[in-house]
Write a protein that binds this ligand. Structure first.
Ligand SMILES: Cc1cc2nc3c(=O)[nH]c(=O)nc-3n(C[C@H](O)[C@H](O)[C@H](O)COP(=O)(O)OP(=O)(O)OC[C@H]3O[C@@H](n4cnc5c(N)ncnc54)[C@H](O)[C@@H]3O)c2cc1C
Ligand code: FES
Length: 255
């Protein structure tokens, strides 16, 4: 697959919550090739500051229209600059990058936490027409803006919030055993906080269910050249999250 560096046009950059935006861009060449689990590396300002691009999962694509969507939380300098992108702006985007999810199984479960839910949206679409089950966790109801985005692409959505303001009170991990069993899940995909993904991987392994995890790390080049994003693999070697991942088999990096 070719990695593309292109000038994309901002179509909209809408506020979903006070700290989360959805950015839709016209990037036909990237949209035509992108796979679920891959990411784009966005230059957030025209000059040399900030120097580094920022990585974002591809949350949706419409290949026919040539559009691509990322959903991002405003956490620092780069994402604050992105929040000022306006329709018609031209931005510098590299992608699609990394290795995506391998589509498999008949009854997949997608387990997401926080902004890690973003890549699961495109994955859920790609897995259709299989019955897709989704389990999502977040701190509060305000963070749980995701269910309407998933409702047309999945069989059922299970929600856990830390304070019980939406869905079950607790974490996604608390609900996992019953969701796995009741729905006869045969493959698990997960993205979110590391501690959540480790728990998901362990539970899946105990039930003999294959599991893919999407890792996150600070990135510089995004294409495997600088080694700033490496993580330890289970065999004692190291993996580059940007180019060997971000999606790995759970046993490759966790178990
Ligand atoms: C493959 C990949 C996919 C991602 N997809 C999404 C996504 O879909 N939506 C989304 O909101 N965010 C996503 N992120 C995280 C996003 O890249 C960072 O939030 C963003 O780069 C922060 O930039 P900033 O300049 O605003 O923040 P900075 O000023 O650089 O940092 C602000 C805070 O965010 C933390 N942070 C910065 N970069 C990362 C990172 N890569 N991982 C974890 N924490 C980080 C910093 O430690 C700091 O606490 C993804 C990261 C990776 C590696
Ligand atoms: S970010 Fe440079 S090798 Fe991964």
């Amino acid at each position: 697959m070719r990695k593309l560096l292109m000038q994309a046009t901002v179509l909209d950059n809408m506020r979903l919550t006070p700290t989360v935006n959805t950015l839709r861009i016209l990037a036909p060449e990237i949209a035509a090739q992108a796979l679920p689990g891959q990411f784009v590396h966005i230059k957030v300002a025209a000059g040399i500051q900030p120097l580094l691009r920022r990585p974002f999962s591809i949350a949706d694509i419409h290949a026919e229209q040539g559009t691509l969507t990322v959903i991002y939380r405003i956490v620092g300098e780069g994402t604050a600059l992105m929040s000022s992108f306006s329709p018609g702006d031209t931005i510098d985007v590299m992608g699609p990058l990394g290795q995506g999810f391998r589509l498999m199984g008949e009854r997949p479960l997608l387990v997401g936490g926080g902004m890690g839910i973003a890549p699961l949206l495109l994955l859920a679409k790609a897995l259709c027409p299989r019955p897709v089950y989704v389990l999502m966790g977040g701190r509060t109801q305000e963070e749980m803006f995701w269910p309407p985005l998933f409702q047309n692409v999945c069989e059922s959505i299970h929600i856990a919030t830390d304070d019980g303001s939406l869905g079950r009170c607790g974490t996604a991990l608390d609900m996992l055993p019953e969701v796995l069993e009741q729905n006869k899940i045969d493959v698990v995909y997960t993205c979110g906080p590391r501690v959540m993904m480790e728990g998901v991987a362990k539970a899946a392994a105990e039930m003999g269910i294959p599991c893919q995890v999407s890792l996150e790390e600070h990135m510089a080049c995004g294409v495997g050249a600088c080694l700033s994003c490496t993580c330890a693999a289970s065999d004692g070697t190291r993996r580059k999250i940007c180019s060997d991942g971000p999606v790995f088999w759970a046993e490759e990096v966790f178990l």
